[in-house]
Design a protein around this ligand. Structure first.
Ligand SMILES: [Fe+2]
Length: 273
């Protein structure tokens, strides 16, 4: 990823503001404003302890993940350094979805509804892929701390398709990166998440869309995801959810009982398939 700050001057301003926060001259809210002004929205890492609430962080997540052009990455990584247990982590994941839904409703009139929700121990390496789901969808993946090391990557297959003057769907049909030829084409669009920290609770938000391009009321533009995971017998728990825009009155794919179960202290792990 390129430089984090908009310019050297903005970096200097941001550094001065961070120093003032440390010694208590300015508040967390003011620092957040400096952050918004100085840091590019291409920066995918978001530290939640920097915000007063998840909904404060959600607008930053929305701008980066729910993109309708190529000025944002199409994903965001929330590091929850202040979270110490799985239950709090899952609660914050559900709060984040609700906050993202509010933002989306304000913008489009439609809420974001749950499409899937599961919890499992996942240690299989996965090639770059799009998860099954509606053409416009968002993955909200909660990672619990683990000793199992991994390297997570994203690939801007929408941009690659755009540059090839084909649709994202056509790209996956003709040049799927599961095969060598597709992977080679996609190579310049692959980005490794070097900030991914297996020692912390984290939430990775991935735009999983597969829509054709249009200029009026543009759709979300998705990215592919994949991970190389070391072989280990230690647990690597993922709280895996996805959401999609829903029309008023439409039913969500996950029942309220399932959400309640997901938010139980010892919510069961499903088999990873
Ligand atoms: Fe996946």
């Amino acid at each position: 990823m390129e430089e984090k700050f908009k310019s050297d001057a903005f970096e200097a301003i941001h550094s001065a503001a961070s120093g003032m926060k440390k010694i208590g001259i300015i508040t967390k809210e003011s620092t957040h404003q400096f952050d918004e002004s100085c840091i590019k929205n291409t920066e995918y890492m978001i530290e939640t302890s920097f915000f007063n609430s998840v909904s404060d962080a959600a607008s930053r997540v929305y701008d980066r993940a729910c993109r309708t052009d190529f000025s944002a990455p199409g994903f965001a990584l929330l590091r929850q350094s202040h979270i110490k247990d799985s239950l709090q982590h899952r609660k914050e994941l559900v709060e984040l979805k609700d906050a993202l839904s509010d933002i989306h409703q304000n913008k489009s009139g439609n809420k974001l509804g749950w499409f899937t929700m599961s919890r499992f121990d996942q240690k299989n390496t996965t090639k770059l892929h799009r998860d099954g789901g509606p053409d416009q969808s968002l993955l909200i993946l909660g990672y619990e701390p683990t000793s199992v090391q991994c390297e997570v990557s994203m690939a801007d297959y929408s941009k690659c398709a755009f540059d090839l003057k084909i649709t994202p769907e056509e790209f996956l049909e003709r040049h799927n990166p599961m095969h060598e030829e597709g992977l080679e084409l996609l190579n310049p669009y692959i980005f490794k998440l070097t900030e991914f920290d297996t020692s912390a609770y984290q939430i990775l938000i991935v735009n999983n869309s597969n829509c054709p391009f249009k200029t009026e009321n543009p759709h979300w533009r998705g990215v592919l995801h994949g991970a190389v995971i070391e072989s280990s017998s230690a647990p690597r728990i993922i709280n895996s959810t996805s959401v999609c825009p829903v029309n008023p009155g439409d039913e969500e794919g996950v029942s309220p009982e399932r959400i309640e179960e997901f938010l139980q202290e010892n919510a069961k792990l499903a088999d990873y398939v």
